[in-house]
Design a protein. Structure first.
Length: 245
């Protein structure tokens, strides 16, 4: 019975983490460039079951699960819907690739192309991080800004820089920081996606699906909580009633 309590309790802890992850996805459903997270659970320390009274050569019947644990929180890098904005400093990547930005912690990568022009005339993110080109930060003087699919930036027809577009052989190496920034162990390779000016990539969160997952998580938590309660009642009877016989 004690094992049953621990097994059910591990399920409650796992569902708590899963619910927190889903809630964060829902909170960022309208965050530009946001990539949803999912929790991956695994069996915790399964036990082998053998027949009793068969000696040392007793055959193994199977395994007995004694709980679950969250193995990892994985980020799904599928593209979100690309919507037009008409803003000349809004960019989306059609295909593989991330914009490179300079943060106080180092170079980070993002699919959020909602950029602006700083007081120093540099292209920056909404957080104030400088957007990087092939030769450092991109400076954009006053004028009509145009960006080609290759990432080449011009102002009134004069070249102003080249957006640094990066992709990775394995997106699983990317570690999320905040809502839309990622860090990586290396600088990747040139991105093959196309830059679209006047567009933004929306979050890849499916609100309806996440709500369904949230309800399922609550139901699973309730089942585990009732299991813990049932085992606690059995223990109470074993100690206070059976023990008197």
């Amino acid at each position: 019975m004690i094992r049953g309590i621990y097994t059910a309790a591990s399920g409650m802890l796992a569902e708590t983490t899963r619910t927190d992850t889903i809630a964060n996805n829902l909170a960022n459903g309208n965050t530009t460039g946001y990539k949803k997270d999912i929790t991956v659970s695994k069996d915790f320390a399964s036990l082998l079951i053998q027949r009793v009274n068969d000696g040392q050569d007793a055959p193994t019947i199977g395994t007995l699960g004694v709980g679950t644990v969250i193995d990892q929180i994985a980020t799904i890098q599928t593209a979100g819907i690309i919507r037009p904005t008409g803003n000349s400093l809004d960019f989306a990547v059609d295909g593989k690739g991330f914009f490179a930005v300079e943060t106080p912690a180092g170079v980070r990568f993002t699919r959020n192309g909602a950029f602006t022009r700083s007081g120093q005339g540099e292209m920056v993110t909404s957080e104030g991080y400088r957007v990087l080109g092939q030769n450092g930060a991109i400076r954009i003087p006053d004028g009509k800004i145009a960006v080609e699919e290759t990432g080449r930036v011009t102002v009134d027809g004069v070249a102003a820089g080249q957006l640094r577009l990066v992709e990775f052989a394995d997106d699983r190496q990317l570690v999320k920081e905040g809502a839309s920034l990622f860090r990586a162990a290396d600088n990747g390779r040139p991105g093959t996606g196309k830059v679209m000016q006047g567009f933004l990539e929306q979050s890849n969160v499916n609100i309806v699906a996440e709500m369904v997952n949230l309800i399922s998580g609550y139901r699973a938590y309730e089942v585990n909580a009732k299991t813990v309660q049932a085992h606690d009642q059995l223990l109470d009877k074993a100690v206070n009633e059976v023990g008197k016989v």
